[in-house]
Design a protein. Sequence first.
Lengths: 339, 325, 423
Amino acid sequence: MANLQVFDQGQKMSAKKKLPYDKALLVSMHKQMCLFRRFEERVGLAYTKQKFSGFCHLHIGQEGLAVGVQGALRESDYMISGYRSHTQAIGKGISPSAVMAELFGKVDGCCRGKGGSMHMFSKEKRFLGGHGIVGGQCPIAAGVGFKIRYSNENDVCVCYLGDAASNQGQFFEAMNMAATWDLPVLFIIENNKYGMGTDIRRTTSVDHLWKRAQAFDMTHSDIDGMNVLAVYEHVSGIVEQMRRDKKPHLLEALTYRYRGHSVSDPGTYRSKEEVEDYQKNRDPIIQLERYLLEQKMASEEELKAWDKEAKEKCKEAEEFADASPNPPVEELWEHVLVD
Amino acid sequence: MPSLTMREALGQAMAEEMDRDNKVFLMGEEVGLYNGAYKVSKGLLDRFGPKRVWDAPISEGGFAGLGIGAAMVGLRPVVEFMTWNFGIQAFDQIFNHAAKMLYMSGGQFNIPIVFRGPNGAAHMLGAQHSHAYEPMLTNVPGVKVVSVATPYDAKGLLKSAIRDNNPVLFLESEMMYGFKGEVPEGEYVIPLGVGDIKREGSHVTLIAWNKILHKSLEAAEVLAKEGIEVEVLDPRTLLPLDEDLIFASVRKTHRLVIVEETWSFGSVGAQIADRVQKECFDELDAPISRVTNEFVPMPYNENQEHHVVPQVDRIVQAIREVLYI
Amino acid sequence: MAEIIEMPKLSDTMEEGGIASWLKKEGEFIEEGEAFVEIETDKATMEYNSPAEGYLLKILVPAGKTSPLNQPIAVLGEKGEKVDIAALTQKSGKPTSVPEAPSKAKAESAPEPKAKAPEPRAAASSPSPTERMRASPLAKKMAADKQLSLDQIEGSGPQGRVVQRDIENALREGEGQKPAPVEAKAPAAAPQKGDQDLPLSMMRKTIAKRLQSAKSEAPHFYLTRSVNMTRFNDWRTRLNLEAEERKLPKVSVNDLLVLAAARALVKHPEVNSSWQGDSIRRFAAVHVAIAVAIPDGLITPVISNANQLGARDIAAQSRELIEKAKKGQLKPEEYQGGTFSISNLGMMGIEHFTAIINPPQAAILAVGATIPTPWVGAEGVVLVQPRMTMTLSCDHRVVDGAVGASFLQTLAAYLEDPLLILS
């Protein structure tokens, strides 16, 4: 336990392939990460202003992973996730306005106000939901992989889960089936070190969560989830392989959430220094900004402008959500069954 | 009309639907090479191949969830539980996911899936294999629940269940797989949500489903010798319930007995009794009577088991009570 | 806003009411609390004070007709208001549903005027309860359809519950009793020339029903004895001499009988009791009912707490009650709640008779005339005494022979020597 190192120290932001990245790609990644961060900040603020209620789990700090994975996928790929998935849903193509309106429980939300913070869905964008039962999404992801194989398609299904979900039986059952039947599912454990307020090391027998895959003879890997380029590059490779052989993969992404488990969590179970260390030294946005400046792909002014642009978009999303009406009461009877 | 066993009728239904629609596949423990724990899927692997018939690991939650995921993206799975007693391992998937997906996605993702398997007590299987689950299954919006008592109903209803665009929970019975009945040749379906009068009568309505229906018919036969005409009503679909048929029958007979092979607290029978007292209050000539399992886990001992489950004499007694004789 | 006025329940046993007369005409204004209609109950004709104010828009039940309880009899409303009677009457019977709140979005954009939920009619709308009558819902419905009275039918279900077959049997019996026209020789009921079939008044119906059930349900037995009224008459004479001087109302024989009987009842609470089906109720108070003949029937106004009253109080009260009774103006509380009854036909020369118990009481005293009678006294000497014969009818379920006799003994002693009342 003592020698467990969830993060390898001092990893530097660099491109392993040593290839110059397309500037447009990097800029879009930066913009997307800014959007995600500003969006979640705004959501947190709206929550404290009591614009909505319920649970609210923010993804701040984990943007590098979301953006890196998204960059490696194509539109027709599927994604399914847990309850911390506002920005993953945006990444998959649902508009920030529709996500914000959903958070506010409004009729223009992506689920017409019936889903809420933990349940974002888009059939059109192939985002198969945020799910509130920890680990429950894993067998469903296997089913999506099953369909891809059944119909002989070459899409993949990304299944996000948290570190603590990896102790759930359904995760093991899903991994077993995916490995046995070669179902193209990329299980990504977002290891942010804490399952709610419990250090993952206190509840888990293995020092690295990717080891779970070994029980199923499944290929596996880990990655610095705070490094958007590393994620992008690594996941691109996995997905490419997966499209060819349809075999599943378990990726452990080491990441960190700056905020509490939910808005109401003060985070007393971890030190202030630990949080600050991530915010100052490993922040995915700061890392990419440094790289862009080093590579002379962007100026300070441009970076600021892009950030401002992100803030603007989030403000618009909130205004949109504010203006959207509540769904009519009668609609509560709809969507129980279809004809 | 040819006579088929229940297992043959169910197998035919699946085969015909798999023929009709290649999005339909079967998954479950022992459904393939072994030809099914109760031989319901006999011959399907040979006929449709391993792409359509999948032997699942002993992971009910896992393969139920896999079915749900496949249904979200366009397939029409039939998931077999060797018994619904194992199916409760999958309750999280069935109720937290399948039943709620359409609703929480604001109408985007319906789940066309059938979960089927035997339900209730067989014979001397003890506490963990003898549970009838319809009270729990019918307590959640977003699913349909079917319970079959004859080969004819089984085939027609399973075909409708497979074509339905919602999760359908389909209850069979170990003891009835060998039960024979007439099944017409050729295509037919029975719509979900429509009950059936299995025996007409004018003195009392007796509601029962699944295998206890047959004990109820026996009880009706016993009383017929005394000139008492018992109307035996099989709802066939427990959710949604064919309330119109029930109300019409009670309005005719003015007396109602409900027989269930499960516990009485918060059950389908309790629900029917509630609806009838509300809608047919002025028609009732006696309090509604219910015959159910004793409120204990199922004992293993044969004699004790016999006393837990409703028997013909208990049903006859309940009918006499509502007739004041 | 038009409002339905329903037939009120103005007596405990009333099941329908007749409109004796309308005191207001259609179009006239009625204050809340103002008498606007006279209603003939089974007991009396009473003014009914309006539960609301408004113009009398429509009279639904004309004078001379009857209506079941809680059925509309009139409509009140604004002057000249048009009323949809059908809609109103339908609404009055049914429970009203709470209007659904509009969706929030709708509420924000266009607030709808708040629909005023009509207030549910409280007790008035509940059907008159048959006392502890057990019957299946179906039996109740059938009885209502066929206009059968459930309390005339013996239930064969558990705890006497009347069920479908009991109603069917009752209907069959009813039909069987109807003589078939062909085989009828000379049906007793067939009217002969000059016969008159009089319609039944509310009161006549009630008398018939109540006395029939009292006579058939309560096993009656009778105790008769006579008493020497010499001292009783002296007592009354002295009281009335004083009354003349002081211009007080006269005291009748009956008033003093009430007084004596009330005091005797205090000593014999077993007689001041009632059969309750599964228990016997022993009344704490003594309320003596006196039978009063009135046109088309009789009524029994009640002297409440008679055991606590003096002769003059009783005299004053009974005089007032009898006057009201004869005018049909008794209020329900003035003829309900008696615990014992006295029926006196002495003034009409009747020497002796028996009375039917007035349910739910357990006994009634029938009083004959006081007549000079030869009597063998204690010394074997024949004397002529003013003697009165009285007969106590007892409900044997409550009062046994010796208990009734003992009560009569006390009463006789009081009448023969009124000073003993103070003992």
